[in-house]
Write a new protein. Sequence first.
Length: 320
Amino acid sequence: MAGPLGEFQLIGRFFDRGPARKALLGIGDDCALLGAPACGEGLAIATDMLVGGRHVFDDVEPEALGHKGLAVNLSDLAAMGARPLAFTLALALPQADEAWLRGFSRGMFALADRFDCELIGGDTTRGPLNVCITVIGQVPAGSALRRDGAQPGDDLWVSGELGAAAFAVAERQAGRPLPADHPARVRLDRPEPRVALGLALRHLARAAIDVSDGLAGDLGHLLERSRVGARLVWPAVPVAPALRGLPGARRMQLALAGGDDYELLFAAAPENRVAIEALGPRLGLQLSRIGAFDAGDSMRLVDERDRPIAFEGHGFDHFA
Ligand SMILES: Nc1ncnc2c1ncn2[C@@H]1O[C@H](COP(=O)(O)OP(=O)(O)OP(=O)(O)O)[C@@H](O)[C@H]1O
Ligand SMILES: Cc1ncc(C[n+]2csc(CCOP(=O)(O)O)c2C)c(N)n1
Ligand SMILES: [Mg+2]
């Protein structure tokens, strides 16, 4: 078909995949319609946006952007122990480029289909690159993994490895962009939302948060909400292999304050230690016990002999 791609053509071609499967009504009306959840089930709802030049480089590969826009939202559902159900997509694009849209929708729907999460609506406009997704998930009432449930004496755990994505951002900013297949670039471009871990933790963890702003910052949010303190044992923190050759202070900065990790940080009673250790191999995911919660009101970074380590870093903040 000749001529420029219009707004409604664009939606029909790249985002409308026909009659809704999970929603009562999907794309094409003034609202989507979702059936009310069964008795005893609640809805978990979260919104995260990715802004060109701020959350992603403006030349980000469209397929990676489609993946990441949804992945950072699914990560919030994972951190809550919620099962993905549906999502909306608000999209601002500088121009309607068919090849770009094909890549973007391919990356987004590949991830959506893996988690059976259905696109039910959204909004499309011309403007500076912005992908804003709202996800809706389902969680039995009372079993959501909130930020406020950690107790003194609980173990502090984290999934995966930290710092790789921040390393990829730093290398690009220093004029040394990593190739797209470098493990650190893959972590930056295609974070894997830890949905299966979140579901498995519903009955094992007392509190959880996903690490988007850096471990130190997000642990701070958990401590504040739970009104507890924590000891964080630096040698136990799983640092991404890409950071191995770097000076110690730089590794610490990237792993604790770099951000964009999308791993789960969680609190669990020591009696659940064996069950949590068994989860790792089942999910093919490293789970590290990196400290413990206490009756304090802040994070103390220590070495393996409990001696304090100085750390100046803080979590990512768009306005600080
Ligand atoms: N503009 C806003 N209006 C209403 N609530 C907001 C707004 N911005 C953020 N919030 C709420 O503030 C809380 C903290 O938001 P924040 O974005 O820090 O969490 P997050 O999405 O888990 O982290 P991240 O965005 O780093 O992945 C959430 O409950 C969020 O819904
Ligand atoms: C081009 C570019 N510049 C900087 C970064 C780093 N970065 C951006 S947002 C964010 C935290 C999560 O944001 P939010 O709290 O809004 O979800 C981080 C660590 C990046 N990935 N790409
Ligand atoms: Mg957010």
